[in-house]
Each structure stands twice: as C-alpha cells, then as structure tokens.
Design a protein around this ligand. Structure first.
Ligand code: FMN
Length: 162
C-alpha cells in the first residue's frame, strides 16, 4: 500500500507531527510550501491569515513532483486557521483531484478545533475518511507527547486497514 503524508505548516507544529507519522509508517512526505511565504508571523496571525481564510484565498504553492492520485492512503495535516484548514490546503484541494482514497486527517490548533472536521470532510467527500485527530500546539507545548500520540494514531490507522 502506497502511503503519503501531506501537510502545510506555518510555525512547525503540523510539520512535527507529519514528519513523525511518515517516519513511523514509512510514508512519503509532501510538505506544501508557498511561493511567497509571509515572513512577518505576527502580521499573518493577526491580520492576513484570517483575511485569506474569509476570502477563500488560494495561495500559489511551490511546484512538487508527488502525485497524490498514485497513493492508496493519504494523511492530510493542517494548522487550524480561523476555525478551518489553512489556505495552502485549499490550493491543494483545488489543484489535486483524487477520489476513493483512504484518508487520515490531523490538525494542530491552539484553542479549539471548531468546524474543521466538517470542512475537511466536505472537501474530501469522494474519499473514505478513516479517522482524524487533533493536537494542541504540539511543538510549542510538549513535542514528545505529541509525537507519541501521533505514532500511536497512525499505527492504529494502518491496523484497521490491513
Ligand atoms: C492565521 C492563524 C489563524 C489561527 N486561527 C486559529 C483558530 O481559529 N483556532 C485555534 O485554535 N488556533 C488558531 N491558530 C493557531 C494555530 O492553529 C496553531 O498554533 C497550530 O498549532 C499552528 O500549526 P503550525 O505550527 O503547523 O503552523 C491560528 C494561527 C494562525 C497563524
């Protein structure tokens, strides 16, 4: 079974978890990167990020060779921005069309998960959502605990498929 972990990470939390999952289950990694990454983190946090979410902005991604449609299991990770997935993930959903894939979802957040689960499931409606999990600022709070939970979750995901 071909496995892929796709994520976007602005501050490293989603990357921490995504890389740990990929290493644990032997998955390829696609880290989505923006053509123009905003350097001023406070500007993004306090103004631009929310604006992009509200406007459903699709920022341009750096090109990548990986083809998600070649994989059987795709684990998708995103930070929660204004209660939903990050704009880079919106671009990914728009540009990469795939269906009937087994999907695992994870998200990183500071306060609450909000409606992200519904939003992601709507975007992925032609696929099979296996499970999802949330992490509260894993890199900033307790990286070891976050990695441990992520590995356990990913292994359970695989056990339930095979
Ligand atoms: C623009 C922006 C909007 C955010 N909105 C939310 C939110 O609505 N709810 C929440 O709990 N955390 C919110 N956060 C916090 C991030 O989801 C959280 O810090 C996450 O762990 C960051 O993941 P990353 O390090 O991979 O970027 C927001 C962060 C940014 C930058």
């Amino acid at each position: 079974m071909k496995k892929l972990v796709v994520y976007y990470s602005f501050e490293g939390d989603t990357k921490l978890i995504g890389d740990a999952i990929a290493e644990e289950i032997g998955a390829d990694v696609l880290e989505l990167k923006l053509l123009k990454e905003v350097k001023k983190k406070e500007y993004m946090k306090n103004y631009l990020g929310e604006k992009q979410v509200l406007m459903k902005t699709k920022p341009i991604l750096l090109p990548f060779d990986i083809k998600p449609q070649d994989y059987d299991l795709i684990i998708i990770g995103t930070p929660i921005w204004s209660g939903t997935f990050a704009p880079a993930i919106r671009t990914f959903f728009t540009e990469e069309k795939f269906s009937d894939k087994k999907i695992g979802l994870y998200y990183c957040f500071t306060v609450k998960a909000g409606l992200i689960s519904e939003h992601l499931k709507k975007e992925l409606k032609n696929n099979i959502i296996l499970d999802e999990i949330g992490f509260k600022d894993p890199k900033k709070i307790n990286p070891e605990k976050g990695i441990e939970r992520a590995k356990k979750w990913a292994n359970n995901l695989l056990d339930n498929i095979q």
